[in-house]
Every structure is written in C-alpha cells, then in structure tokens.
Design a protein around this ligand. Structure first.
Ligand SMILES: [Zn+2]
Ligand SMILES: [Zn+2]
Ligand SMILES: [Zn+2]
Ligand SMILES: [Zn+2]
Length: 247
C-alpha cells in the first residue's frame, strides 16, 4: 500500500482525541485539524496531510475524508479546473481568489485550499445546453470529455460503427449495455438510436467518469495514488512545483 512517507514520523498524538482519519484515496493518516484557514504546503515534511474541506462531503470528525494533496492531484489530472469528489462524485473546484476572510487574506499567494461546488452556470458553446458546468473554452464537462475521448460506438439497430464526440458511456449501466440516451445514427438508420461502446475502446473511458454501477472507483483512486507518487518523486528531484489550476 502506498502511504505518505511523512505519515511514519508524525506527532501521533492525534489518536488520543479520537479515531484516526485516513484519506480515502492515498490512505494516509490525516491531520486532526478541522480548521481550513492556515497556510499549507503539500510538500511539508513531518506533518500529516490535511483534510480537504469538500463542499459536498466534509464533516468534522467524519471518518470518510480526502486529503488536500489528493484533491489537487484529482483536479490536476482532469486538465481542467474542475474535478470529481472521490466520495460522492460531485464536481468541485478550488475557490477563485476573491476571499474576504481575514485569515485567508495572508495566503492569497499561497496554494489555494478552499474547495467549492462547481455549479452549472453557463451555456455550452458546443451542445448549446444550459445551465452546464463549463470546464474550459466555453464548453461543458460532457462535451470536453467527448471531444477528448472520441470513442467508437456501435449502433444497436444497424450495428454500424460511428465515432461520437460525446460521453455516451455515461448513459450505460455496464460497459457492454446499450445507452439509455440516443444519438443520431449516420449509418442505415438516419435517425436517433441507442449505442454500445465498441469493445476495443472501453479501456479508453476515463474511470473517474464511469457510472457508479461500473465499479471502477477503485481503479480511478489507484490512478490518483500513482500520479501522486510520481509527482512526489519528481518533487524530491526538484523538478516540479505543485501548482494550482485556477487561471
Ligand atoms: Zn490523500
Ligand atoms: Zn463529495
Ligand atoms: Zn456541451
Ligand atoms: Zn444505425
């Protein structure tokens, strides 16, 4: 099991004040500090990672928690400024810099620590739906995923293969079932039909975006752990700084 190396030499007195909380992603023990307004450095040695204050799932003393470094990794891995909560899959993002709290004023130049829910708020320039969560370039999360994951799908009527720039897998109960939502078939049907993912392309579906019923959460979390470990090693070699994805 990959654990944070700093977890070994902790001021382990946290356990005296209740059960030890571990991160659901990296499985590190987490700091008991439920307060979210001090400076925090991801790479600080000798201290436990802090809990991310997830707008959806954070509760003081809850046993389900995720650390801030893992949330940074999750968001960075999307290539956008929005990521999924590993506990409930809500969309979250780091709050943009307009904090008014005095405690936070001092850290505007520091890494951002405050997470907020990403609320659907705009019209997508591609699918024209509104309100949508706009992730970048004026397009919504679904279109962004679809454009970056142009998978092949088979029409359930005429069985023609067609590339669809939309995450049709979201509407499938299993990786092999037909979609519950339709898309225009340009094969024999020439009408809206349902689709299955072409078997060779199933592996290309981002595990964090698959429906809960697919049971791929563990695989996603394993990817995040591997990415954190890779970044930690790069940091040790002084090659990369943690960065925040907020523009
Ligand atoms: Zn973690
Ligand atoms: Zn959540
Ligand atoms: Zn869209
Ligand atoms: Zn068809």
């Amino acid at each position: 099991m990959a654990t944070d190396p700093s977890a070994d030499n902790t001021e382990a007195d946290n356990s005296s004040s209740g059960g030890v909380v571990t991160c659901a992603v990296c499985l590190s023990d987490l700091s008991d500090d439920d307060n979210d307004n001090d400076n925090y450095n991801d790479s600080a040695l000798g201290s436990l990672p802090r809990k991310a204050h997830l707008p959806c799932c954070f509760r003081p003393r809850a046993s389900d928690a995720v650390c801030l470094p893992c949330m940074r990794t999750i968001i960075n891995m999307t290539g956008t400024h929005i990521g999924r909560c590993p506990l409930c899959r809500s969309y979250v993002q780091f709050a943009s810099g307009s904090s008014t709290s005095p405690e936070e004023g001092a850290q505007t130049a520091q890494l951002q620590t405050r997470l907020e829910k990403a609320v659907p708020h705009g019209r997508c320039a591609m699918c024209m739906q509104t309100p949508r969560i706009i992730v970048r370039g004026g397009i919504c999360d679904a279109c962004d995923l679809g454009v970056n994951n142009r998978l092949r799908y088979a029409c359930t009527q005429c069985e023609r293969i067609q590339v669809i720039p939309h995450p049709m897998w979201r509407y499938m109960e299993t990786p092999t079932s037909a979609s519950t939502v339709t898309w225009a078939c340009h094969g024999e049907c020439q009408t809206y039909t349902t689709w299955t993912v072409w078997a060779d392309d199933v592996e290309r579906i981002p595990p964090e975006d698959t429906p809960e019923s697919w049971g791929r959460r563990e695989r996603w979390l394993a990817d995040v752990r591997a990415e954190r470990e890779r970044r930690r090693q790069e940091e040790e070699r002084g090659e990369v700084e943690w960065f925040c994805t907020i523009a």
